[in-house]
Design a protein around this ligand. Structure first.
Ligand code: FES
Ligand code: FE
Length: 373
């Protein structure tokens, strides 16, 4: 059935091969992940000068390091001599410089080439010219976002506008002062699914009644299958008997001091395209970063963030973390279940979106526009 033949209340999805075809994934890498802002690392994970992390952004490995002045810098993780990958570890700590393991060219934490052995006979190597290639970096919400484009799109018109669209006003985030929170827990999920499955799943709550028993206990309106994402300006309200956003609805921890009356006892979910989800509740914030590795595999790092006092007190956060950990497992199981069928002839021309999922079509349009160049 073509899109034109569908009943008015249904919309077509993307066809199945958009979730498996390596050539489509390659286009997404270049035109989406390498073209816009990509949330790479949590700034506090690189606390000391010399701390570095490497992350996959599109087809590139990106190296992010804190320099001796305390600034974060991002570079392509490629030695300028013969192209060796400079850092192969995902995370590490150096003293003053990054040295290529191949011929020992050495770069400062600001990317400058500072030493190259035995160059006496080759005075034409200009250290200025052979520094590491820089990548744009911007810190926001306590995370370093990078952009591989030569001319990055406006951060405000893309990332912040996405948040504003979901919350009515991006200023609503200020109450949670996310950059001042500390990491209580981080769990990495290795999901055998295309990144778009994960976004689409996060954008709809049609599935909540079926697969999220604990979440719908805490947020009873989700049992009706409302699309939390677009219904969110107001947030989803906690059930009457619920004391906190925990796996059993029991007490949470100390409320974030800036949370306003209209935000209290509510849950907000925001998708920041292309690879971040922000969940806001009164006593913590949950941030997911996706790292699409292949058409059919995506790493997801999920951070649970709390007030520094709460972390310092050593309070038990397990019931707080467990709620969304279960939600994550339930969601990613569903994504993997769909992924299995994407190459089936039964899904060759895709499926349908029911009315409470219609906003997913806007995401599909956004992807299609970018792939069209
Ligand atoms: Fe890095 Fe030669 S490739 S020093
Ligand atoms: Fe879900």
């Amino acid at each position: 059935m073509t899109a034109a033949e569908l009943p008015h209340s249904l919309l077509a999805t993307l066809p199945g091969h958009h979730y498996t075809d390596p050539s489509i994934f390659a286009l997404e890498q270049s035109r989406i992940f390498e073209a816009g802002w990509f949330c790479a690392v949590r700034s506090a994970d690189l606390a000391e000068p010399g701390a570095f992390q490497t992350v996959q952004v599109g087809r590139e490995s990106v190296l992010i390091a804190r320099d001796r002045r305390g600034n974060l810098n991002a570079f392509l993780n490629v030695c300028r001599h013969r192209g060796a990958r400079l850092c192969t570890e995902e995370t590490g700590q150096v003293q003053r410089s990054l040295q290529c393991p191949y011929h020992a060219w050495t770069y400062g934490l600001d990317g400058k080439l500072i030493a190259a052995p035995n160059l006496g006979g080759m005075p034409d190597i200009d250290p200025e010219e052979y520094g590491l290639n820089r990548v744009h970096l911007r810190e926001w919400l306590g995370y370093a976002w990078v952009c591989l484009a030569e001319e990055p799109p406006s951060f405000d018109d893309t990332v912040i506008a996405d948040v504003a669209q979901r919350l009515g006003d991006a200023g609503e985030l200020d109450a949670y002062d996310i950059a001042a929170l500390e990491l209580g827990e981080r769990i990495r999920y290795d999901v055998k699914a295309n990144w778009k499955q994960i976004i689409e799943n996060f954008m709809e709550c049609y599935h909540c009644a079926t697969i999220h028993p604990e979440l719908t206990e805490v947020l009873p309106e989700f049992a009706d299958g409302f699309a939390a994402q677009y219904y969110v300006g107001h947030g989803a309200e906690f059930g009457d008997d619920v004391r906190g956003f925990t796996v059993d609805g029991g007490d949470g921890v100390q409320r974030l001091p800036g949370v306003a009356e209209h935000q209290d006892r509510r849950y907000y979910a925001i998708t920041v395209r292309p690879q971040v989800f922000i969940n806001l509740v009164p006593d913590h914030v949950i941030i997911h970063r996706m790292f699409p590795l292949t058409a059919e595999r995506t790493l997801v790092d999920c951070d649970w963030l709390y007030l520094p006092d709460v972390i310092a007190s050593g309070q038990d956060l397990s019931r707080s973390v467990e709620l969304f950990h279960r939600v994550n497992q339930q969601d990613f199981d569903a994504c993997e279940r769909c992924q299995l069928a994407m190459d089936s002839r039964s899904y060759a021309s895709g499926g349908v979106l029911v009315p409470s999922e219609h906003h997913i079509a806007e995401f599909h349009d956004w992807v299609r526009e970018r792939l069209a160049g």
